[in-house]
Structure formats: structure tokens, C-alpha cells
Design a protein around this ligand. Structure first.
Ligand code: FAD
Length: 557
């Protein structure tokens, strides 16, 4: 069994220290430009040589992307397709462990849109389980047919009644072929970094940047690669290094408070030999082919299965609950948690962590500034709320879409900053309200319907070619849905007027409910049924025929 590892960096989460280097095949080996014809006796050439020796080689590009995870690599590919020269700078090497694995229908659609808009057909198979299995069988993947929630009372075995009051199953797709996926990030990110290089992105791994110097005509980044000094000169820098990332720390930026979100900590690992969670007869999809959430008062556990024998599992909990459980102690904290969740303990009885636990003392974060004259952070560097509801990927992909527009002059920095902050804020309110209701599963399940209504409405509107109906994540900019969601979340966190809030949730989501949600007759099981969409066509300003046409075109029927 492994033990907790904490990062030496102040409040940054304790990431898994770099694994033994497996390969540096994505590292750019030939860094030196062709040898200049130098007059050995010229003073200038000697001075030039001295400067190069002191500062290392300077690499020039239109765009420098810092952070070579899938977000940075995809941003780099899109910038290349926009005709820019790009350097992609990564501190570590691929393949490497990364957390954040579960995709969603909206994230899959955003990935598809980016691939289509920017002529990246090689990325299309990653939008769906079936295509992925055929085209990239060697890249680890999990089948995600929906979102499964089970509510536990600490210290008791999981149990439920005939009305299924302790579970919620929301299908995201009607069958495996078109289902969403969990991305096994070691394989997935390595593949994306490789693809970026195939498009002409210059990739520098094992590069630790130490300074940034923003001038009127460009930005200079300096650091060391394999112990040697190296500098990069770019017109614009995009930070894709994750929360509390490189620019936030190097520029000494302030933090921004995330509304309604309690302080939380996380503990997670990859496991092998994880047992099965029982699959109830008649469930709308196999409950484990999903993002599985085990919710308890003050926290929740995720379980994501991959097709390579690995299961990703972890817990996110309020600081108070995390301290009570001693999560900072890694494996001991995990064992204490399982002792209070006996049914989950059975599932993990034979499980072994593959590479030790990571403890993240402070999960949520938001940078006080996310753009500058010549730089911008991806949403995944600008902030992070919680793994709950898998909001990280859609926010990252929306950010890449918007930065592509920003590079083309379609939107300005202020608009990018406003939208990113507004969306992180709305996620924070909703997740904060979900934390406040983790002890009251009826309220928790009702609140999740706000999320499911917003994302299913948005996905369908985009697939129908009506993006103007759903321009912001969780419809946070929508004049009615946005403010109403904020009010609901505030009243949940204030613990006021519970029954009125439940009624309000039903009213608020009704005009956006295209997926047959919030229906008491379904007893918390929501299959993906095309008839629900046909019946809700008018809410999208469409018709059942148009929706059928779209479903056939997208191979979803
Ligand atoms: C516990 C947890 C669970 C999550 N679960 C989900 C989920 O299920 N679904 C979901 O949608 N989102 C989830 N997320 C969010 C998700 O992880 C992010 O949205 C996603 O990782 C963003 O990818 P990225 O490539 O932009 O950044 P990252 O994955 O953070 O990659 C950043 C890269 O930058 C590199 N780097 C860091 N510092 C430097 C530096 N100074 N110089 C150069 N390179 C550097 C790192 O080595 C790394 O390769 C989760 C997050 C956490 C913390």
C-alpha cells in the first residue's frame, strides 16, 4: 500500500512526483539551430557566443503554450491550425500520471466542435466510446454511460427502498457505441502532445521556467531544460499548467474567492483489483459504466473504471470532514473513510493502489487575474472548483474555443476573462450548494437536476445549430436561468426554505428540461430517451422532425 505524498510547493496539491522516466520520445532532441557561419575572430560573434552560452538558445514563436497536458497540447494544435508558430513547454515528461478523467456529453461535443472547426479529424474518435475503441485501442479509456449517485449514511451499509431514495441514475447516452468516456490521462495526454508535434508544434519537455518578462513587443520566458539555460520569445503566452499554475505563481497574482464553495480537500489514487458495485436489475445502464459518485454528509467518493484494469478513485470532502478522517495521512485516511462506508469497503477489499495516494489539501482555487496584455490562462489554470459533475473538461474546452477566437480577434481579453470568471463562479455556487445538501439526498438529487437540465439543453441547442440559445456554461449568462440558479444555490447554502427551494428548482428548470428530468414517477432513474427530446422540441424553438434529423445526422438514434 502506498502512502500520501505532498508537494513541497506551498498550497499546491501534492501531485505524484515524476515517475521514473519511461521515454523522452516526445521531447525535442535537436534543439540547436543550424550552426551559424561565424567569423571566429569577430568580436560580435564572440559576444554572441558568450550571450548564447549564458542565456541558452532562444526559441521564437508566435504563441508559447506553457503546460503540456491535453489542454495545452490541444490549444497548441488549434493555434497551429490558425497559422501560428507555437512552442509547447512542459515541465515533466509523457507519459505521466494526471488526475481529472471523466468526460461528459457536452465536453465530448466541444471536443468534436474543436476538431471540426480547426481541421483536426484525427481527434474526432475521442468524442465517443465506439470510435475510440476502433481507432485508438491502445489508449486507455473508460465507458461512461451516465452519472450514478449512491447516498450513504456514515457508519452504515448502503441500503435503499423501493422508491430508490438513496440513488440517482442519469443516463447520458442510449448505448455504448455513442457513449462518453473516461480519459486515461497518461496515454491520452501523451497522444495529444505527440499529435501537436505532428502538426509542427515545437515541444520542449523537462523544461522548468523561472521567469517571465512582458514587454511591449513580446514576452520572454526563461528557464532551464535538462540543466541548460533556455529562453523563449513569443507574441502571446497561454498558461495551461493547471490551478495555482506557473503564471499565477510567477506573477505573484492574488486569489479570487469562489462563491458559496466551502474549503475542501481531496485524496486520490489509481487502483487495481477493485471489485464490483452491485448492478440493480432494470437500471437504465450498467451502473458502473459511469462516473460513480458515493455521496455522504460532508463529501463524496468517485470511482471511474478504465478498460486497462485500472480504476481511478478518490474522495473530496469539506475541510472539517477531511480533518476528522485524517485524509492527509494518505492510505490511513482512505482506510478510515472505507471503515465508515462498509459497502464501499467491500468493493475495495482486494484493491491495491498502483502508485500511492495524492493528497490535495486545498482543492478549489481561482486566480484573481486570468489575462494580461500578452497572456491568458486556460480556464483549467484560472481556477478549479471540484471534481463533482466533471466540469473541468467542458470549461477547459470552452476556454480553448474562446482563446481561438481571441487569437483571431473575434473577442477581446476582457470578454474572455468575464466569461471564464462567470462560469467558474456559477460552478462554484452549484457545487457549494451540493456540498451543503450532501446530508439531505432529496435536496442534493433535486439540485443536480439544475446541472442536468442546463447541460442537456445546451448540448441539444448546439447540436441543432442554435448556439445562441446556450452560449455560457450552465446557462449562467441566461437572463432567467442564470440568476434563478444563483438564488437557489444561495438559499440551499443558507439552509432556508427547503420545500420552497425544491418547488423552485422544478419551476426554474421546466423551460429548459428537454430530458424528462425531475419526474417523481421515475424514482430517480432517468434513461436517455429520444421521446423526451421530441416532446420538448418547442423549448428549443424546434420540431420533433428537426430533432429526429439531428439525432440521425449525429448517429445518436
Ligand atoms: C481530483 C480532481 C479530479 C478531477 N476530475 C475531473 C473529472 O472527472 N472530469 C473533468 O472534466 N475534470 C476533472 N478535473 C479537472 C481536470 O483535471 C482539468 O480540467 C484538466 O486536467 C485540465 O487539463 P489541462 O491539460 O489543462 O491541465 P493539467 O492536467 O493540470 O496539466 C497541466 C500540465 O502542465 C504541466 N506543468 C505544471 N506546471 C508547469 C510549469 N511550471 N512549467 C511547465 N509545465 C508545467 C504539468 O506537468 C501538466 O502536464 C479534476 C481535477 C481534480 C483536481
Amino acid at each position: 500500500m502506498g502512502s500520501a505524498r505532498a508537494s513541497p510547493e506551498s498550497s499546491r496539491e501534492g501531485r505524484v512526483p515524476p515517475r521514473p522516466k519511461l521515454t523522452s520520445k516526445w521531447g525535442k532532441v535537436d534543439l540547436a539551430p543550424p550552426a551559424p557561419k561565424r567569423n571566429e575572430h569577430s568580436l560580435w560573434s564572440r559576444l554572441g557566443f558568450l550571450l548564447t552560452w549564458l542565456n541558452g538558445v532562444e526559441h521564437k514563436a508566435d504563441i508559447a503554450v506553457v503546460g503540456g497536458g491535453f489542454g495545452g497540447a490541444l490549444m497548441a494544435m488549434v493555434a497551429r491550425r490558425l497559422g501560428r508558430s507555437v512552442v509547447l513547454i512542459e515541465r515533466g515528461t509523457h507519459p505521466r500520471f494526471a488526475i481529472g478523467e471523466s468526460s461528459t456529453p457536452l465536453a465530448s461535443l466541444l471536443l468534436q466542435q474543436l476538431a471540426e472547426e480547426h481541421d483536426l479529424p484525427q481527434l474526432l474518435p475521442f468524442r465517443r466510446w465506439g470510435e475510440w475503441q476502433r481507432e485508438y485501442p491502445g489508449i486507455g479509456c473508460g465507458l461512461k454511460r451516465g452519472f450514478s449517485f449512491f447516498h450513504h449514511t456514515l457508519g452504515q451499509a448502503f441500503s435503499d427502498d423501493e422508491r430508490r431514495r438513496n440513488q440517482l441514475l442519469v443516463a447520458a447516452s442510449p448505448r455504448d457505441e455513442v457513449a462518453d468516456t473516461h480519459w486515461f490521462r497518461a496515454d491520452f495526454d501523451a497522444h495529444f502532445a505527440n499529435e501537436a508535434q505532428r502538426l509542427g508544434v515545437e515541444y520542449f519537455d523537462q523544461t522548468e521556467l523561472t521567469s517571465v518578462d512582458e514587454q511591449s513587443d513580446g514576452v520572454t520566458l526563461a528557464g532551464r531544460r535538462n540543466g541548460e539555460p533556455v529562453t523563449f520569445r513569443a507574441d502571446f503566452v497561454i498558461d495551461a499548467t493547471g490551478p495555482r499554475g506557473w503564471l499565477h505563481r510567477t506573477l505573484g497574482l492574488a486569489k479570487r474567492e469562489l462563491p458559496l464553495m466551502p474549503a475542501t480537500s481531496g485524496l486520490f489514487a489509481h487502483f487495481k483489483n477493485v471489485g464490483a458495485w452491485p448492478n440493480p436489475a432494470g437500471a437504465p445502464y450498467p451502473v458502473e459504466s459511469a462516473a460513480v459518485h458515493h455521496v455522504f454528509d460532508g463529501g463524496w467518493v468517485w470511482v471511474l473504471r478504465f478498460n486497462n484494469g485500472i480504476t481511478s478513485a478518490g474522495v473530496a470532502a469539506t475541510r472539517q470532514r477531511a480533518d476528522e478522517l485524517g485524509l492527509a495521512e494518505g492510505v490511513l485516511g482512505w482506510q478510515r473513510l472505507l471503515a465508515k462506508l462498509p459497502t464501499l469497503a467491500e468493493q475495495f477489499a482486494a484493491a491495491e493502489p498502483v502508485d500511492g495516494f495524492v493528497f490535495a489539501p486545498e482543492l478549489s482555487f481561482c486566480s484573481g487575474q486570468i489575462t494580461g496584455e500578452r497572456w491568458a490562462m486556460l480556464p483549467s489554470s484560472a481556477g478549479f472548483v471540484d471534481p463533482l459533475l466533471s466540469t473541468g473538461f467542458p470549461l477547459t474546452l470552452l476556454g480553448i474555443q474562446r482563446l481561438a477566437k481571441l487569437l483571431g480577434g473575434g473577442i477581446d481579453r476582457a470578454e474572455y476573462e468575464r466569461r471564464t470568471v462567470a462560469e467558474l463562479g456559477q460552478v462554484s455556487r452549484l457545487v457549494g450548494a451540493l456540498y451543503a445538501s450532501m446530508g439531505d439526498f432529496e435536496l442534493f438529487a433535486a439540485l443536480t437536476q439544475v446541472y442536468f437540465a442546463a447541460v442537456s439543453f445546451s448540448e441539444t441547442a448546439h447540436r441543432l445549430g442554435k448556439p445562441e440559445l446556450a452560449e455560457s456554461f450552465l446557462l449562467c449568462d441566461h437572463p432567467e436561468f442564470g440568476p434563478a440558479t444563483r438564488e437557489i444555490c444561495e438559499s440551499v447554502v443558507r439552509l432556508s426554505k427547503r420545500d420552497e427551494t425544491l418547488a423552485k428548482i422544478r419551476d426554474v428548470i421546466e423551460p429548459f428540461n428537454v430530458a424528462g428530468l425531475a419526474d417523481p414517477a421515475k424514482h430517480n432513474w432517468y434513461p436517455a430517451v429520444a421521446n423526451d427530446l421530441f416532446a420538448a422540441a418547442a423549448k428549443l424553438g424546434s420540431s420533433a422532425d428537426k430533432i429526429r434529423e439531428m439525432l440521425l445526422r449525429e448517429q445518436l438514434l
